[in-house]
Design a protein around this ligand. Structure first.
Ligand code: EPU
Length: 289
């Protein structure tokens, strides 16, 4: 990683060495990133991609760390956290906080994103995961994204993003910024809609606990949370990791859990659901390495 650091230094890309990732994730577990690059321009994002490509180093992107389970120890990868936080009308940088951006659009009388409140995410992470829920997904409102990789910077239309359930296919490129197709709306009405969505989430999800949101993807036509609940697995513990009593598809860190506790609990939940319902749950949460 020394060579990589030297390369970033030369290219003028801001970075930090030996960064503990646990405080940068919602689950609060995980080890050390030897290099964490924080590019502040699209050109710098390209530089990070080129350096990693040339040196054969794996590159991962970090948004707000809300959907991420990081292993302990020193990770064999470089982390790119876009420091692109600008917000202007219907456009936002990848590093902007999604909730703050939605509030801004609402106050500007722009409708289209209010159903996505209460999702902890950066704008880049929300695009890359096609974040959403029953009140809509990112892809419903997205117009275009600017992405960057070792080949340069380009704009992708919504159709070119390969959106699917909790997924985009950006060919390994990093989101630099996103623009949304919003339409005029009354801020008072939009505020009320956002309040109702937030309120519903607060009632049904353990939003104040340390978690990574839903751990498993919903199986076609079903609900992972419901299946886990019906299998009687709510409250099950492994060390300080626990299947949430509020929503069974959340695993919460009660304080001091390790990555292995969470992984072990994930396996036990998967086994339990397979035995009870014959359904193989797939992970939604992203795992490093
Ligand atoms: N249910 C239970 N027990 C539970 C949890 C849920 O019986 O412990 C039942 C509910 O009563 C409901 C059904 O299961 O009848 C579905 O539950 P819910 O409405 O909470 O939705 P979900 O399918 O579990 C999805 C997304 C959430 C999103 C919510 C609300 C996935 C995996 N989950 O949850 O997304 O917030 O809808 O829009 O797609 C996330 O992706 O991280 C996430 C939290």
């Amino acid at each position: 990683m020394k060579a990589l650091a030297a390369r970033l230094e030369l290219a003028g890309v801001p970075f930090r060495r030996d960064v503990p990732l646990a405080p940068l994730t919602w689950l609060g577990v995980g080890g050390i990133a030897p290099v964490l690059a924080e590019p502040g321009t699209a050109e710098q994002v390209v530089e990070v991609h080129r350096a990693c490509r040339d040196l054969g180093v794996r590159l991962e992107r970090l948004g707000s760390g809300a959907n991420l389970l990081v292993a302990e120890g020193v990770l064999p990868l470089t982390v790119l956290k876009p420091n692109l936080k600008g917000m202007e009308g219907p456009e936002a940088g990848a590093g902007a906080n999604l909730e703050a951006f939605i509030r801004k659009t609402i106050e500007a009388g722009l409708s289209g994103l209010e159903g996505l409140v209460g999702i902890p995410a950066s704008v880049g992470g929300a695009v890359a995961m096609n974040a959403g829920g029953k009140h809509g997904e990112v892809k419903d409102a997205l117009e275009a994204v600017v992405v960057a990789d070792a080949d340069g910077i380009r704009t992708l239309s919504r159709e070119a993003c390969g959106f699917a359930y909790r997924k985009a296919s950006l060919g390994g490129a990093t989101v630099v910024s996103a623009s949304f197709a919003l339409f005029p709306g009354d801020p008072a009405v939009l505020r009320e809609k956002a309040r109702a969505v937030r309120e519903e989430k607060r009632r049904t999800q353990p939003l104040l606990d340390s978690s990574a949101g839903c751990i498993f993807r919903n199986p076609p036509g079903g609900s992972a949370g419901r299946l886990i609940d019906l299998a009687g697995l709510k409250g099950m513990r492994e060390g300080a990791a626990q299947v949430s009593e509020v929503h069974a598809n959340f695993i919460v860190n009660l304080g001091g859990a390790k990555a292995d506790d969470i992984r072990c609990l994930i396996d036990r939940v998967r086994d339990g659901v397979r035995r009870a319902h014959g359904v193989a749950l797939e992970l939604e949460v992203v795992q490093w390495p």
